[in-house]
Design a protein around this ligand. Structure first.
Ligand SMILES: *Cc1c(COP(=O)(O)O)cnc(C)c1O
Length: 372
């Protein structure tokens, strides 16, 4: 076929570009951005200082293997630094995994409400996305296993998942890993691992240590408050880390991200403060919002998905407009097939209280409108 202009390879134009949550609320006074699961406590002050201290070094290329950062992350998490790879966000690691393990036509499985990035990286690599249905907005191990074929190369699983906040306990993750054929790579995306306080949760460290076909990804974007710098990592068997290192760009992690990452990883107290803040406000928000007559999906992460009624005037889109006018920016998740929901990130005390008050007014308004 003769083409009149360059054409991307198959799959690329099937991708709907990722649409990030809104950042602003034009016209509203004070704005609380509760749309991207960023840390309300911000970065560690030590990370900010580390950035200031390295500012004069930015003319120099980074040390390409992120050696010092891997040593630090390894020490803090009790992991072998040789089995860690750093990336420009964990998105970068997900991309590398798809690129390294999917040939055109190979299948990657992810779940119905799974993080949308899996679809993007699969199609971008020429792979075929295969969606496994969920049960009660939670991944279903049997549904995943039923979709494994001879062409399956990767299973992507966010645990906990964004945007639902649900998770699979250790036993289910182990059952999944034990039941997959050895040639299928299980990618456990543990972007919210630090927030989970449940005893039966395991981030993937144990499986990625002991098995040949399990990788865990982690990020500095969420609890560490470094989303703007783009820093994440992967941990897994040496043969997988070796493959990824061959295809990553040689300087994929900036000197700035490295410096801030090292300081953040060492500031355990700051991280623990974020865990404590979340452990206090996540149940409070869930309770208060449920008390308004709205369904809240049980979440173990730093956000909740709130279901709104379908009647016009009371729907998620109406609530979104109402909240935005008050400077409360939540995340519409229609792109996930969850158009009845808005996702709310746990914010600072003031923001959390303001959201509940605004939702109470929204529900009250609607009731008054319905009765009058
Ligand atoms: C936010 C998020 C990430 C992190 O992405 P980065 O590229 O590290 O910022 C990864 N997976 C899930 C499920 C997320 O919600």
């Amino acid at each position: 076929m003769i083409m009149s202009r360059p054409v991307p390879r198959p799959g690329v134009l099937d991708i709907d570009a990722y649409v990030p949550g809104k950042a602003g609320a034009p016209g509203a006074g004070r704005v609380f951005k509760l749309s991207a699961n960023e840390s309300p406590l911000g970065p560690s002050p030590r990370a900010v200082q580390a950035l200031r201290d390295m500012a004069h070094e930015i003319a120099i290329y980074p040390e390409g293997s992120s050696h010092k950062l891997r040593e630090t992350v390894g020490a803090v998490n009790g992991l072998d630094p040789a089995r860690i790879i750093m990336g420009a966000g964990s998105d970068n690691i997900l991309e590398l995994l798809a690129l390294a393990y999917l040939a055109p036509g190979d299948e990657a499985i992810y779940t119905q409400y799974g993080f949308l990035e899996y679809r993007i990286v699969t199609l971008a690599a020429g792979g075929v996305p295969v969606v496994a249905p969920e049960t009660h907005y939670t991944a279903d191990v049997d549904a995943i296993l039923e979709r494994v074929t001879a062409r399956t190369r990767i299973v992507f699983l966010a645990n906990p998942n964004n945007p639902t906040g649900s998770y699979l306990p250790r036993g289910e993750i182990e059952r999944l890993a034990n039941s997959l054929p050895p040639h299928v790579l299980l990618v456990l995306d543990a972007a919210y691992a630090e927030y989970v306080v449940n005893d039966d949760y395991e981030s993937g460290v144990a499986l990625a240590t002991s098995r040949d076909n399990v990788v865990m990804t982690r990020t500095f974007s969420k609890i560490y408050g470094l989303a703007g710098l783009r820093l994440g990592w992967g941990y897994g068997p040496s043969h997988v880390i070796d493959a990824l290192n061959r295809i990553r760009s040689p300087f994929n992690v900036s000197t700035a991200a490295s410096a801030a990452g090292i300081a953040s990883a060492q500031d355990v107290a700051h991280m623990q403060a974020a865990v404590a803040h979340n452990a206090k406000w996540l149940p409070w928000l869930t309770r208060e919002i449920e008390a308004l007559g709205l369904e809240v999906l049980p979440s173990v992460a730093n956000f909740v998905a709130i279901r709104f009624p379908t009647q016009p005037g009371r729907a998620a889109a109406d609530a979104d407009r109402f909240l935005t006018s008050r400077g409360l920016v939540l995340r519409a998740i229609g792109a996930y097939g969850m158009g009845e929901f808005l996702r709310l990130t746990v914010g600072l005390d003031e923001a959390n209280v303001a959201v509940v008050a605004a939702l109470a007014d929204f529900m009250e308004d609607r009731k008054a409108a319905a009765n009058g």
